[in-house]
Design a protein around this ligand. Sequence first.
Ligand SMILES: Cc1cc2nc3c(=O)[nH]c(=O)nc-3n(C[C@H](O)[C@H](O)[C@H](O)COP(=O)(O)OP(=O)(O)OC[C@H]3O[C@@H](n4cnc5c(N)ncnc54)[C@H](O)[C@@H]3O)c2cc1C
Length: 442
Amino acid sequence: MNIQRPSGPEAAAGKFPTYHDGSGWNAMLPVRARGGSTHVRRFATIVIGGGYTGLAAARRIAELRPEEQVLVLEASAIGEGSSGRNSGFVINLPHNTKMAGHTSPVEVARKQIRLYEAGLKWLEQLVREHGIDCSWNAAGKFHAAAGDSGVESLRASLAQYREWGVSYKEFDRDALRQKLGTSYYRYGYHSPNNVFVQPAALIRGLADSLPANVVLLEGEPVVSLSESSPFQIATTQARYVADRVVLANNGFAKELGILRDRLITIFTYAALTPELPEAELKKLGDAPEWGVIPANRLGTTLRRVQGGRFMVRSAYSYEREQSPADTLAQLTDSYRRRYPKMKSHRFEYLWGGTTALTRNGATYFGELRPGLFASLGCNGAGVLKGSTYGKLLGEMALGSQSSYLSDALSLEGPSWLPPEPFRRIGVVSAIKYQAALAGPER
Ligand SMILES: Cc1cc2nc3c(=O)[nH]c(=O)nc-3n(C[C@H](O)[C@H](O)[C@H](O)COP(=O)(O)OP(=O)(O)OC[C@H]3O[C@@H](n4cnc5c(N)ncnc54)[C@H](O)[C@@H]3O)c2cc1C
C-alpha cells in the first residue's frame, strides 16, 4: 500500500493528523512520487496544508503572481490527508444554513449557493483542462430516512429547498428500493446538486497540475508559526520565512495557536468493499453509481462506487481516532442492517479521517492578522467549500476584490467554544445525545 505516515514527538503530540490506516481511495491508485524539494528558505507566500483549500489558494496566488514562488507545506502525502479520505461528494448546496448574523438564512443560503456554483465551475474546468482522471460524475445525491424523526428532518430540508429554488424528486420506500436495492429507508429525495469523485485521485490531480511556480513539500509538517509578518515557520525539517501565510490545515490550525477557542477536531470513518461480483452488485439497486446522505448528522453515508465497490461512512470520535476494531464493528453493522442479503459484509479498506467543526457550523474565512489569511472549519463538507474558499482566499491575500469575496466575507464566523475540560464534556455528550437521536439513521 501507498501509505506514508509522519511520526516523531510532534506527531505524538497531535500537532498534525496521523492515522492508524491509509486512505482506501489512495491505496487503490498507483504509488505516487512525492512532491518537490527546495533550498530556498524565504518566500512571499507560504501555504500550510495541502488539501483542497491550500492547493486552491496556492494555485490562485501562483497564477496571479507568476513572478513569485509559492511554497506549500503538507504534513503527510497528497492523498493521505482528509482531502483523500472523504466520501467524495462534491456538494454545491449549503450544509448549514441556520446561522444567525446579519442576514436571514435564505439570504445566507443564496450567497453560499452562488459561491459554490462558481467554485464548482472552476473545479470542473480544472479537472477537464488538466485531464484529471477522478471519475467525475454529476449524478446528484439521495437523502434518505429510516425513522420518524429522520423523515421529519428531510421534510424540513425540502421546505428550505423550495425557498432557495432548488429542485428535487421525492421517493417512497418502494421507489427507493428500486434505486438503492434496500427497503431500509422509508422516505427520501434526490437532488441534482452533487458530483461524485474519487477524492484521492482528485486531490492528487490538483497537486500534480499546480503552476510551475508552486513548490509543494510533502511529509513536512509545520510545528510553529510566529505571530506577525515576516512569519517564521518551523517544520520538523527546516525553518522558513514568509511575508504572507495562508493557513489551510483545518482543525489543526489550533495546534499552531490559531482559533483555539473556535475549532474542534472530530474523526469520522469510512470503508470500501472489494470489487463485488455482478450477482452482488444487483442487490445494490439499478443505478451504476449513487450515494445517500443520512437524515441525521450522526447517521451513515452510503455510496455505490463506479467500478463495483461499495462505501460506508459512519461513526464519530472527539479529537482522537478510535480503534480500527471498533470502527470495523460499527461500519459492518451499518452495512449489514441495510443489506442483510449480501453474501459477505467484508471490507477491503477501512480508515479514519478528521474534520473540523465549529459550534455554529460556520467556517472562519478572512485575514486573522496582517498577512495571515485562513479558511478553517470545514464542518464536514469541505471538498467544494475548500476549493471555493481557497481560491477566494488566494485572491484576497493579493488584494483582489470581487462580489464573491465580499459575499464570503459577509458570512458569519465561528462562535466561541468553552475551554477544556468543559469542551470535551460538552462535545462528547452532544455526540452521545445525537447518536441516540439518530437511531436507525446510524
Ligand atoms: C471519512 C470522511 C468523509 C467525508 N466526506 C465528505 C464528503 O463526501 N464531501 C465533503 O465535502 N466533505 C467530506 N468530508 C470532509 C472533507 O474531507 C473536508 O471538509 C476537506 O478535506 C477539507 O479540506 P481542507 O483542505 O480544508 O482540509 P484538509 O483536507 O484536512 O487538508 C488540510 C491538510 O493540512 C495538513 N496539515 C495539518 N496540520 C498540518 C501542519 N501542522 N503542517 C502542515 N500540514 C498540515 C493535513 O495533513 C491535510 O492534508 C469527509 C471527511 C471524512 C474524514
